[in-house]
Ligand binder design. Sequence first.
Ligand code: GLA
Length: 743
Amino acid sequence: MPIVFNNETREFHLYNENISYIIKILKNNQLGHLYFGKKIHHRASFEHLLKVVGRGMTVCVFENDNDFSLENIKQEYPSYGTTDFRYPAHQIRQENGSRVTNFEFVSYNIFKGKENIKDLPATYVECEEEATSIQIKLYDSVMKTELILNYTIFENHSAIARSARFINNGDEKITITNAMSASFELSDDQFEMVQLSGAWTRERHVKVRPLQPGIQSIYSSKGASSSNHNPFIAIKRKETTENSGEAYAMNLVYSGNFLAQIEVDNFELTRMMIGINPFNFEWELSKGNSFETPEAIMVYSDEGLNKMSQTFHNLYNNFLVRGKWKNKPRPILINNWEATYFDFNEEKIVGIAKKAKELGIEMFVLDDGWFGKRNDDTSSLGDWYVNKEKLPNGIDGLSKKIQELGLKFGLWIEPEMINKESELYRVHPDWVIKTPDRNTSYGRNQFVLDFSRKEVVDYIYSAISALLRTSSVSYVKWDMNRNITEAFSIKLPAERQGEIMHRYILGVYDLYERLISDFPDILFESCSGGGGRFDPGMLYYAPQTWTSDDTDAIERLKIQYGTSFAYPLSSMGSHVSAAPNHQVKRLTSIDTRANVALFGTFGYELDLNKISEAEKAKVIKQVEFCKKYRELIVTGDFYRLISPFEKDYNITSWMVVSKDKKRALVGYYQALNYPNQKLTNLKLVGLDENILYTVKQLNLELYGDEMMNLGLVLSNKPEELGLEINENDINDFISYIFEIEEK
Ligand code: GLA
C-alpha cells in the first residue's frame, strides 16, 4: 500500500516508486510536515526527522516545555494564532471575532482511487489502481468544525493532489478568510523561484529569482487566473537544468483569483503554498455546511525541469482532460478572426472554407461577430442569435454548407459577458456585476454577467444550448475578454460579498459542466483574450486553450516555451497567421510560422485566398506533415532544449519523442541572423542510446547516444545542412524541423 500509517509514531508515509511524502501528528495533535522529495525507504519511525529545538524568545505551546513551538517545526497545513507567526494556510473568524484555530487530529481513511471535489474541477482516475488517497480528519473543538485534508498519490507519477474541506458542525456561523489548497515546507532555502508571468499577448514568460528571507508571491485579483501570473510556481536548485537537478512545483486546478506564495523564515525554512487568493475573499459557513478548496497538484523532480513538466503533462493528459478528445489528435482548423475580424458575410466565409478544404484543412471556425448586431466590439454580447444580415441562412444554414464542403464547423462564443448595447441588457441591466452607487468600469466596452447567480447561468445555458442543438457545431471557442471590477452581487447579503469571485467561477464551471455533458462530442477550446485563463481548471472542461492573441511565430516561441512548464502540447492552440504579423508587424516565412505552430494544436488564422500560390503549396505540405505527426505531438514526451529566455533570446529549440522512443520531431529556431556563425551542436534528449535512427532532413543515420552526447551539428546555412533553400531562409527567423525515426 503506498500510504502507510504508523500508529505508534503517528506518522503517515505516502510513497510510490519516485517520491515520498511524510506527515507526523505532533505532540499538540496538529499535523507537522517531515519530508517531501525523492523516494526514501519506508521505516518504522521517522521520528529523527523531527527536531524540536528550544530557542530563546520563542513562545511555546505547553507549560513547562520550553522547546515545543510551532514556530520551529515544519507544518502541514499551518494555522495562525498560537505559536507560529508565519503566514498561515488557513484562517477562520468566529462570531466573537476570534481568528485563532486549532485543528487536531481525529482519524484517517485510506482508500484506492480518488474522490471528486464537489462542483470543482480536479484530477480523476479511471481505475482504482492508478492512485491511492487518504483523508485526514482534524477537528477544532471550540468551533466544532472539521477539517479534512485530502491527499492522492498517483501510481508511477511524481505527483500528489491535495485539497481541503471545512465542515461546520457547530451552532455558530464561522467565516473562512483564508483556505489554501496545499502547503508544505522544506528544510532549507537554497532555491530559485520559477514563475510564469507576463501580460496580454506575452503570457507565461519564464522568470527566475533566488529565494530571499520573507515572502515572495504571485497572485491574481482579476477574477480569472490571468495573464499576469499563471497559477503555477516552482522552486529549483541553482544548479538545476532542464535535464538534471531538483525542482518542486505547485499548480492550482482553478481559474479564479489565486495566491502562490513562498515564505523563507528566519531559520531558512521554506514554506510554499497555493490556493484561492485570500485578498478580498471570505466565505461564510453556517451550521452543517462545508467549503471545499480547489485542488493543488504538487510535483517533485530530481531530473530537472523537463521531468517536472512531463509529470504535469502526463498527469493532465491522462487524469485531468476528459471526454472524447482526451489523448486524441485534434482537427486542423482555419479560424477567420485574423482573416476578417468583424467584416464578413456568408460568401466570404464560404470562400475561405472552400480554400481551406482544398488545402487539406479539416475544420472551419467562425469567430466573433456572427450574432446580434455585432459589427465591432461595442455591442451584442448576450444576444446569442444570428445576425441575419451577415449570415442570411443562420448558423444552422452556414454550418450545413461548411459540412457539405467536407469540413467540420466550429463557433466562437463569449457567454460570461454582456454589452450595454444589447437586447439582454435592456431586459436585465441588473444581471451585471457592479457595486451600488459606484461607476461601473468598462473593459472592451463590455460588462461581466453575474455568474454567481443561478438564474443568470440558467438563462445563458438555455440560450447557448439551444444554439448548439439547432446547428451542426463540432467545436466551441469559449472566450472571456475582460476582468472583474466593482465585484458585488445584488443577490448576496452584505456579509457574503467576499464570496462573489469564487461563486462566479463556480458558475462558470457549472455552465461548462452542463454544456459538455449535453454535447459530449463537441471539442471545447477555452480562451481569455488569448491565454488569460490558461489553467488546469479550464483543461478539465476544455482540453485546449487559445495560447495567446499574439500569433507572431517569434513571440510565440517564448509563450509556448513558458506554457510548456506546466501544460502539455495537446492543450496549446497555435495557428499560422498572416505576414506581416498583426500584433508585431514582423515578417516571417510561412515555414517558420508553421514550424512553431506545429508544436501545439495546429491551425491557420489568415485568409487563404490572399496568400501566394507558392505559399498555398506549402500549406498543403504543412497540413500533410501535421497529420503525420499530430499523434506524436499529443502523446509524446516534450523536451525543452534551448531556451528563448537565455542567450539574447536568439535560439530556441525543443523536441517531442514518442513513448517507445522510436520517433522524434525536433524544432530549431533562430531569431536574428548574424555573419560568420559558429557551428552548433544541438544535443538531443530522451532518445534510446542504442537505436540507430535516420535524421531525414540531414540525410544522416545516427545512434541515439551520438545525438544525445555529441548532438546534431548545425550551421545557419540551410544548404550546408542539405536543406531546401526558401526565399526567407538565410535570413532572420529561420527554423528547421528534423524528423527522426528508428532505421
Ligand atoms: C479575443 C480572442 C481572439 C478573438 C477575439 C474576438 O481577443 O483571444 O482570438 O476570438 O477575442 O473578439
